[in-house]
Design a protein around this ligand. Structure first.
Ligand code: NAD
Length: 301
């Protein structure tokens, strides 16, 4: 197969594809050139930067394209239905980065509880603000509420249990027996909101508006910490900022943003926000696993 890799891919996976006799071209195309380029390839592998939209699929019609692979979990950067209607298969690598994303969520929980991000940046300005950052809290003994208890949510739940947190979870699809299997409590949304000291969102981008909004924040405990490594649209950023400024929400750890790169300076520069630029899956291990999965998707295809 002739395979286009637009946003990078693990080197050993590319070597494996070449060893199997595929031709692999690594090249990013601007949106106005992507469609024509896709005509020349049997498969395209994208991460987040490349968006494969209906117009690209139209422009690629009559060419070789049969397969679009998203190296990652969500396929929101691909017009999946339109691709499939046009006989182009779409695949992703849903399991490869779960542990990496869960570890980043846990990292944000630690960062929020001990001001790691803000304290570090003031040290780089030559300050020694020991007193200002002297009101940390421990995670042990606190309740973590996980909204969306799929792959990443479950990885996080297991780690949070190991550091002595109580874990409650809500998911629109309840997996029977998951409580006993992982030692967590399955609760309804309102109960989760009412009892959690930390709330971490791990649902896909949901239709029907943000999961964390004024109404749901009002139902939370005072002083709650909110973590989002799922999709930016799951949080109403205005409502979160208001609640941070009012002290209702103690802190927030955000990897994903309503629009990316985010322009929401009031939020990302807030002293009680620990922020990262959508790097949940950006570990060597996850990228290696993603590469291995892509090789096997292409082989099976
Ligand atoms: P998953 O499909 O395994 O789990 C998601 C769970 O959310 C499912 O069990 C589903 O039933 C549940 N759900 C759907 N709508 C819900 C709702 N309204 N309320 C509660 N639960 C709901 O997915 P995953 O692999 O665990 O990924 C979770 C999220 O993480 C996705 O949004 C994904 O795009 C995101 N993600 C982010 C990064 C990153 O770089 N930050 C990397 C990978 C994945």
């Amino acid at each position: 197969m002739k395979i286009l890799v637009t946003d990078g891919m693990d080197k050993s996976a590319m070597a494996a594809l070449r060893e199997k006799g595929h031709e692999v071209v690594e090249q990013f195309y601007e949106p106005d050139q992507l469609g024509a380029a896709l005509r020349e390839f049997d498969a395209v592998v994208v991460r987040s930067k490349t968006k494969v939209r209906a117009n690209h699929i139209d422009e690629a019609k009559g060419g070789r394209l049969k397969l679009i692979i998203r190296g990652g979990v969500g396929v929101d950067n691909i017009d999946v239905k339109y691709a499939e209607q046009n006989g182009i298969a779409v695949r992703n690598t849903p399991k490869a980065s779960s542990q990496s994303v869960a570890e980043l969520a846990l990292g944000h929980m630690f960062a929020c509880s001990r001001f790691i991000s803000a304290a570090g940046s003031t040290m780089r300005q030559g300050k020694w603000e020991k007193k200002a950052y002297g009101k940390g809290i421990e995670l042990q003994g606190k309740t973590l509420g996980i909204i969306g208890f799929g792959r990443i949510g479950q990885h996080l739940g297991v780690m949070a249990k190991a550091i002595g947190m109580k874990v409650v979870a809500f998911d629109i699809f309840h997996i029977p027996g998951i409580e006993q299997q992982l030692g967590i409590d399955y609760v309804e949304m309102d109960a989760l909101l009412a009892q959690s000291d930390f709330i971490s969102v791990h649902a896909p981008a949901v239709d029907g508006g943000a999961i964390i909004n004024r109404e749901t924040i009002a139902k939370m405990k005072d002083g709650v910490t909110i973590i989002n490594t799922s999709r930016g649209s799951n949080i109403d950023e205005d409502a979160l900022l208001e609640a941070l400024n009012a002290g209702k929400v103690r802190a927030a750890g955000l990897d994903v943003w309503a629009s990316e790169p985010t322009q929401n300076e009031a939020l990302y520069s807030h002293p009680m926000v620990s922020c990262t630029p959508h790097i949940g899956a950006a570990t060597g291990e996850a990228q290696k696993r993603i590469g291995t999965e892509i090789v096997s998707i292409i082989e099976n295809f």
